[in-house]
Design a protein around this ligand. Structure first.
Ligand code: PLP
Ligand code: COI
Length: 368
């Protein structure tokens, strides 16, 4: 396996865009950014080779990447990515949330996908470099942010099946409003029983494109049922909750206990981890353990489970109204957002936007 972290920090060259959007155009985009539709004027690229390690770090105009048709990512999907956000605070400064956790997860994903590791220092420096040129793309309207998408893939032209000896790391950025078109209103989710996302020993814990490719068909089925996301069960027994296509899940019990599924085939969410800390700080009992779908059914019938929510960088904290399955439904489509759900959301976003003190030292300032 190829796994070389640079031993000294990268130094980035800058080629400014000659085609940057005019202020009026940028402001029009920032006024209604949606999610993942618009991109800033620049991007970061860094190359890795087996012989040379990480090198050629650049900030360059945003634009197409030229790839040889034999680039191995196009054939064998050797690819990983991350997602985090830059938030504008009231004083204009720009901060991101727990970037060292994203860097560590990218390193774990790299290990699983036999890609080279990028050091935490270089990862965070790439964020700073992009924000240094595209900081004006961080919106300031409430609940908006600049979504940062670091990704890495095999660029070597080679059709033999082995880990690539040439790899690219990139970072692009996209101004973001709410992930779901209905904002923070409760969403319905669809239980997939025909399809799984990941299995034992597979790549479920890695943030790799293949996991999302496998979720697209069940996600389509969810849309057909009027649901915003798909819920996966474990692939071995088909009875334990795993996660949604792009989010983790929490159940809230009436005694205030929060429960989130434990599994080594799901993504270890940074939002999930932060919520566990915030809830424990408030004195809630928080359990990370295996959760059977039957437990949700029983808790819903008895009234013991009083709130359910999804969480992730893109979704923040999104209340779940109803779980729909082929042969049952839990909750109700018009269920209001849960009180604890919304108060945790408020606290988390208050920290991210600098409205309350960052007592856990979760924020990293990017523009200074
Ligand atoms: N699970 C999946 C499959 C995801 O894609 C995401 C989003 O990144 C999450 C969970 C939540 O992770 P995080 O809170 O780190 O964004
Ligand atoms: C994120 O929340 O950052 C993700 O990668 C999830 C994706 C569905 C946008």
């Amino acid at each position: 396996m190829t796994s070389t972290a640079t031993s000294f920090p990268l130094s980035f060259s800058l080629t400014p865009s000659t085609d940057a959007r005019a202020e009026a155009e940028r402001e029009a985009i920032l006024a209604d950014p949606g999610f993942g539709k618009h991109f800033t004027d620049h991007m970061v690229s860094v190359e890795w080779t087996l012989d040379g390690g990480w090198h050629d770090a650049q900030v360059l105009p945003y634009g197409p990447i030229s790839l040889d048709p034999a680039a191995s990512v196009l054939h064998y999907a050797q690819e990983i990515f991350e997602g985090l956000k830059a938030y504008r605070h009231a004083d204009g400064s720009i901060h991101t949330f727990r970037p060292e956790a994203n860097a560590a997860r990218l390193q774990r994903s790299a290990q699983r996908l036999a890609l080279p590791e990028l050091s935490t220092e270089d990862f965070i420096e790439s964020l700073r470099q992009l924000v240094a040129v595209d900081g004006s793309w961080v919106p300031d309207a409430p609940e908006t942010s600049l979504y940062l998408r670091p990704f890495m893939f095999a660029t070597e032209s080679f059709l033999g099946v082995r880990s690539a000896q040439k790899v690219g790391y990139y970072l692009i950025a996209s101004p973001a409003g709410a992930y779901f078109s209905n904002g923070v209103s409760p969403v319905n989710i669809w239980l997939s029983t025909d399809y799984n996302r990941a299995g034992r020993g597979g790549m479920g814990a890695a943030k790799t494109g293949g996991n999302y490719a496998s979720s697209l068909l069940p996600q389509e089925l969810a849309y057909e049922k009027g649901c915003a996301q798909v819920l996966f069960l474990d692939s071995q027994e088909g009875k334990y909750l795993e996660e949604l296509g792009g989010m983790n899940l929490f159940l809230v019990y009436k005694d205030g206990t929060l429960v989130t599924p434990e599994s080594d085939s799901i993504l270890s969410g940074i939002t999930r981890d932060s919520i566990m800390t915030l809830a424990r700080d408030r004195g809630h009992n928080v359990e990370i353990r295996k959760v059977e779908i039957e437990e949700w059914k029983a808790g819903s019938a008895s009234g013991d489970i009083v709130e359910v929510f999804a969480c992730g960088t893109a979704a923040v904290i999104t209340p779940v109204a109803q779980l729909l399955a082929d042969d049952f439904a839990l909750g109700s489509a018009d269920a209001p957002a849960g009180e604890l759900t919304m108060s945790l959301r408020q606290e988390l976003t208050d920290i991210q936007y600098g409205r309350i003190p960052d007592t856990h030292n979760w924020l990293t300032r990017l523009d200074a």
